[in-house]
Write a protein that binds this ligand. Sequence first.
Ligand SMILES: Nc1nc2c(ncn2[C@@H]2O[C@H](COP(=O)(O)OP(=O)(O)OP(=O)(O)O)[C@@H](O)[C@H]2O)c(=O)[nH]1
Length: 379
Amino acid sequence: MSVTRHTPSPQPHWVVNMNRRNRSLSFVAAFLTLASHVWLQGLSPWLYPTLAVSFLVWPQLAYLRARRSADSMHSEFNNLVIDSIIFGLWIAGLGFPVWITFILAISITMNLTVFRGLPGMVQAMAGLAGGIVAGGLFVGFWWQPGTHWLTTVLAISSISMYLLMVGHVSFSRNHSLHGARERQRQTEQELKQQIEENRQLQEQLREQANRDPLTGLYNRRYLEDSLHREMTRCLRQGDPLSLVLIDLDHFKSVNDRYGHSAGDLVINQLASVLSALSRASDIVCRFGGEEFLVVLPGTGLEAAEARAEDYRRMFEKTPVAVGDNLLSVTLSAGVACSYREIPPDDLIRQADLALYEAKEAGRNRVACRAPWTSEPQSA
Ligand SMILES: Nc1nc2c(ncn2[C@@H]2O[C@H](COP(=O)(O)OP(=O)(O)OP(=O)(O)O)[C@@H](O)[C@H]2O)c(=O)[nH]1
């Protein structure tokens, strides 16, 4: 046999705690009002303990009931319905005194309406009606609408206190709702900021993946991605595309003599020269260790050769300062051009052959190979 033990909800809904305070206070006020009525009208003294149970003990029992319930909110709504039945019983039991009937009926109807809207209002009215019928059947229906001025004053004070309490609760609720909305807005803002930062980071990573870390130029990976695209674009427009493949001359001896970091300075110097003399539409990339490749979209062989010459001359004229030494390094370049759709690797191979020729011819020079330079015949 299994035993299910009831576990009280660890954290009762905030409404339960708030209602305990409000119910206790307003029920004390109602107790004083009704007790004054019983006293001033000379009604049965047995009504005092009954009043105490209804208005002093019940609010505490209601709180414990809601607190121990697994669904404290639901339990609290039921407590409010029980409140309305108790009020109905007292209204009928006291012979419908106008002020007492008014404060009890309006306060419970308002309370349930505040929390449940129209259904709450209907529930309150049904509870009151049920209590009135039960009270009337129990003590008989009788009619004594008047109250002593002291009871009237107490009734007006009680309802005023209750209304002020409701106003305060509404303000607190609005305030906390506003705070929650503000926090939510801030969280959304932070989230948006994080998404934007992630996007920028991804962009940065993508950019870094395409760049050579030493020179900041595009790397071979990027070239492989873009060369075919550029070639197709040029051919579609009927433009040529040229490549300039550049290699430093006797670079090994620079490294051997001045050290690897001096060699890096030379590589960076060449990168600066190539970037300075290239157009925005050109793709300047570090092809290998001391090899660079420049893609010249829309450039024919002659212009490409002239550009390679510019690179060579400018680089020759800008020695690199390494300590006290000024290193003058030269470069050799191979140029290849095509008007026709050929595999990009074939064009690179032609540039490489041209570079080899430049090296063979004594270095510090430009050589060209253009097996496909003639413009395609129009059909
Ligand atoms: N400092 C430095 N050196 C590099 C880098 N990448 C490649 N190298 C060096 O570049 C040199 C290339 O030497 P080689 O291929 O023999 O060519 P070279 O000495 O330039 O001779 P030629 O090309 O025939 O004129 C090697 O010593 C490589 O170590 C780099 O990133 N930094």
